[in-house]
Design a protein around this ligand. Sequence first.
Ligand SMILES: NC(=O)c1ccc[n+]([C@@H]2O[C@H](COP(=O)([O-])OP(=O)(O)OC[C@H]3O[C@@H](n4cnc5c(N)ncnc54)[C@H](OP(=O)(O)O)[C@@H]3O)[C@@H](O)[C@H]2O)c1
Length: 267
Amino acid sequence: MTPIKTLWIVGCGNMAGAMLARWVAAGTLDAPEIFVLNRRDRDLPAGVRQGRVLPDGPLPDAVMLGVKPQQLEDVAEQIAGRLAGVPLLISILAGVEEAALSARFDAQAYLRAMPNMPVAIGKGVVALHTDTTDAAMRERAAALMTPMGLVEWVDAARFDAVTALAGSGPAFLYRFIDALAQAGAALDIPAEQAQRMALAMVEGATLSAATASEPPGALADRVASPGGSTRAGLNVLDDGRALQSLLTDTLAASFRRNRELAAAARE
Ligand SMILES: NC(=O)c1ccc[n+]([C@@H]2O[C@H](COP(=O)([O-])OP(=O)(O)OC[C@H]3O[C@@H](n4cnc5c(N)ncnc54)[C@H](OP(=O)(O)O)[C@@H]3O)[C@@H](O)[C@H]2O)c1
């Protein structure tokens, strides 16, 4: 397999910036082989080129769109002509389907990638989908994403759902950690200490669950002995499936919004 070696990134904010940092740190891509098209100079990894117009010369192996979904139309008008024939167009735009990309760009293959912020440290999740049947291209695309963390191919129909779960998931977990720390502070633990403990607890519990032989749901019950204090707390989360229904509603809202963004990108 010939790896992807040259990449242009169009719009490099929080998410694309995290991916860029990981590619350079992991040595997946050489910094001088990357060009970032942005609207103003940014603090990028040393050696990465940036500018307001795409470079002259041959097209790169791949181009990645890192703008907001609402910015797709403007970007397409600006650069689609210059990108005609590019081997791979990668999009991390939530809710934007391959058909919306192929209606605006003329690439040999399209890849939807849904990363999350922990890709910056190689502990992210990246969901991938492509309609291309070119096996070598699929392999090249997956190899590019491997340093980011867990890479999962998903059906196009499930993309909005995995976006809600894994793409937006870190924000939901951060809210949970903050709420946990605030709940600790309400029990008179100093606020900063409660936050440190909540973060370390989530890290340790997650790492040990990842290597446990039982699924997390069973682990929760194993930790909570009948009549004990953990069980008393779990009873609150479990009452009327309170936590389950809150998270079901949370993902459903995020999923619906992805669908709305997809509909807007189709227009
Ligand atoms: N954040 C996440 O956790 C996450 C997770 C998964 C997927 N995503 C997807 O990632 C994409 C970006 O999200 P984000 O959170 O990284 O947003 P962001 O920080 O606002 O990044 C978007 C970047 O695009 C730039 N941009 C906008 N129009 C441009 C143009 N015409 N030419 C060049 N650059 C342009 C913006 O520059 P300015 O600063 O000049 O406006 C900004 O740097 C979204 O489509 C989102 O769906 C995000």
